[in-house]
Design a protein around this ligand. Sequence first.
Ligand code: PLP
Length: 376
Amino acid sequence: MINDCYYDSYDKKENLHFDSKVVHGALGCDPITGAVSFPIFQTSTFRHRTFDVSTGYNYSRLQNPTRQELERTMAILEEGTEAFAFSSGQAANMCVFGLLKKGDHVILSDDIYGGTFRICQDIFSGLDCEFTYMDMANLEQVEAAIRPSTKMLFVETPTNPMMKVADISALAEIAHRHNLLLVVDNTFLTPYFQKPITQGADIVVHSGTKYLCGHNDVIAGIVVVTNQELADHFRLQMKSRGNGLTPFESWLILRGLKTLSLRMERHDQNAKKVVEWLRTHPKVKKLNYAGLGGMISFETDSAETVKHLLSDVKMILFAESLGGTETLITFPLTQTHESTPPKVREALGINERFVRISIGIEDPDDIIADLEQAMG
Ligand SMILES: Cc1ncc(COP(=O)(O)O)c(C=O)c1O
């Protein structure tokens, strides 16, 4: 078959800095019309001009130019070989764990997003896979937990919601010495602050819903891989599960990505100011911040303080999720980490006195003033 496609080749823009790459994407402009805003190819199928001649696109479940522009852009930003855009972070993670075979074992961060824990415990444990949860910063403990059946290390860094940080390069060294895959969930820092593949990770996964999108208006997931074999796995998963991101939502993420650097910089600056203010607040007992990015969490003096805080915030929104322009405050106990077993939650400190805040890009003085009046 002749592949007659205008969208085939694109420039990896290796000569550009990261801040320019986010703006200019993979193709950036439409190669046919020159449209500066990459078109939304809202089509389910593609016409073949004649027998044995294809544009390279057949059916949007398999490939769609708008989704492909997002995927190529993410591969460029994370410095992987290929990327895949899924209908949610959960869909992306389902396909990551889809790499497992019966009897395989995985070592994961003990403090991970509750939904990831649910995938492991409620779905893959039933398929005879085994999961061990631990502090991935403790490298000796990680190495000691490796079994002959271990297939993968899965790490969130910083973790959700305790902001624990792991050493990706050291984990990659351990993983590769034992012939394991290292998967990093890079949702919290994004490639603006952290590029796990450059530190040895094999797969990067994102809830694209968060900072990549940046505007709290899309649910999306991204997987970035480092070799052909992994790419084939995710291509088959997307084709078979039918969980690729829609053209419009792909376009929204592409649009969000253009301001990724600006937003991340502002989230980071704002978070540092809020952290400074919280540090001396008499009702804050333990503050968690990774030193980078826009996510913070803290334990207060009482459940009563949390009740007031969540009820009385005005500009700040009491809502799940993170990574958008608006500051959101979350109660992990009953929201994001409801699926985490009570024993694990208790050990980590996810209790009725604990909140997580995704610092937005508003004026930091307004964020602090709102917290001040709501905390009393
Ligand atoms: C770190 C992390 N990974 C994965 C997910 C799942 O992503 P989604 O909600 O887009 O399905 C989330 C969602 O909160 C998350 O915080």
